[in-house]
Design a protein around this ligand. Structure first.
Ligand SMILES: C[S@@+](CC[C@H](N)C(=O)[O-])C[C@H]1O[C@@H](n2cnc3c(N)ncnc32)[C@H](O)[C@@H]1O
Length: 333
């Protein structure tokens, strides 16, 4: 429940215009938005599972501002602050640019609400912050183009690849993924899926292996997938903005390669990686292979041996392990 938003609107003195659409940036799926008039709300959420959850609850949703008509202006906006600083600034600046009325910024202390407030105060006039539930909410008037410097002029390139604020491993190639690539065999089979493809590092390397005819990049983060489209310009690549736990391949694949996520927001959730392993087993042909990398402490061996006939650790160090699993077993019903 967004207690801070209710506080700002009920007693805190922030008045929403009576008419016009309200843009809500980056709300997580478990957030209660009942303080807002649902029929006027547009959710801007690049993370597919959260997007699907708001869509199922009857909200109108888009992945991000790039999908809005250029002339669209909102009566008000609410930004739920993400943790990555550059992404937080980008979202607040995007909200400012597309909003004629108040822009509310709601964030936990641990997500840097104090730091962004301090910087915003130098650039625009903000309300006094209201504090509740280990965080703050404040607001300022949008539509004055005061935060343009927070919107990068061009996508950044690191180590030759396009990345973006807030995407996984935005600063360069992830060392675990590099270890996985070094362990991959020369032949991967005809059809391959990269689950949680991020900005496309593994996929770019998979396509350098001979014999690959079709590669599915499955990624939940719309922004990361946009980067992958730039980084993997190859007719064999197909891009899917999807939750890999639910995505089904058009036909079963020979190989899955992945560096699965194990965090949902701040909390470590090994179930996420375990669900990726189950999804991989379901989409592979009977003779199929799974190649994956994980942090050494993650408990993946039990599900791997339940869902595959043969499992081995093929490389590793004290931080990571590269696992190879063969011949999926069908899920028990
Ligand atoms: C550890 S990163 C690996 C990224 C990339 N493959 C690489 O090696 O650099 C895991 C990726 O999974 C994505 N992800 C998280 N949950 C997902 C889900 N349910 N479905 C698909 N992708 C997801 C994250 O956005 C992230 O890009």
């Amino acid at each position: 429940m967004s207690l801070r938003l209710s506080l700002a609107l009920d007693a805190g003195g922030c008045v929403l215009p009576d008419e016009g659409r309200i843009a809500v940036f980056a709300p997580r799926a478990d957030l209660d938005l009942s303080a807002l008039p649902k029929e006027r709300v547009l959710i801007l959420q690049p993370q597919r599972p959260d997007f699907e959850s708001f869509e199922a609850a009857g909200f109108t949703c888009l992945p991000g501002v790039a999908d809005l008509p250029a002339e669209e202006r909102f009566a008000a906006s609410v930004v739920f602050l993400p943790r990555a600083k550059a992404e937080a600034r980008l979202l607040v600046a995007q909200a400012e640019a597309v909003t004629a009325g108040p822009v509310l910024v709601d964030g936990a202390k641990t997500d840097g609400i104090d730091s962004i407030l301090k910087h915003l105060r130098k650039l625009t006039e903000t309300s006094a912050p209201l504090s509740k539930a280990h965080g703050k909410i404040f607001w300022f008037q949008g539509g004055n183009n005061t935060l343009a410097e927070w919107i990068p002029a061009a996508l950044s390139k690191v180590e030759g690849y396009v990345t973006a604020p807030g995407v996984f491993s935005a600063d360069g190639i992830d060392p675990a993924s590099a270890l996985l690539v070094a362990s991959l065999p020369e032949k991967l089979g005809r059809t391959v899926a990269d689950l949680g493809a991020g900005w496309g590092y593994l996929s770019s390397q998979i396509l350098s292996r001979s014999g690959v005819e079709l590669l599915h990049l499955v990624e939940a983060d719309h922004v990361a997938l946009g980067c992958a489209r730039s980084n993997v310009q190859d007719a064999r690549a197909q891009f899917h903005w999807a939750d890999a736990r639910k995505w089904s391949a058009p036909e079963q694949v020979n190989t899955v390669v992945m560096n699965p996520p194990f965090h949902a927001g701040r909390s470590a959730e090994p179930e996420l990686g375990q669900a990726f392993i189950a999804a991989a087993a379901n989409m592979l042909v009977a003779s199929g292979h799974l190649w994956m990398v994980a942090n050494r402490h993650l408990p993946y061996e039990t599900i791997l041996s339940e869902r595959f006939a043969a499992v081995s650790e093929v490389a590793g160090d004290n931080r990571f392990k590269v696992l190879h699993a063969q011949r999926p077993r069908r899920a028990k019903r």
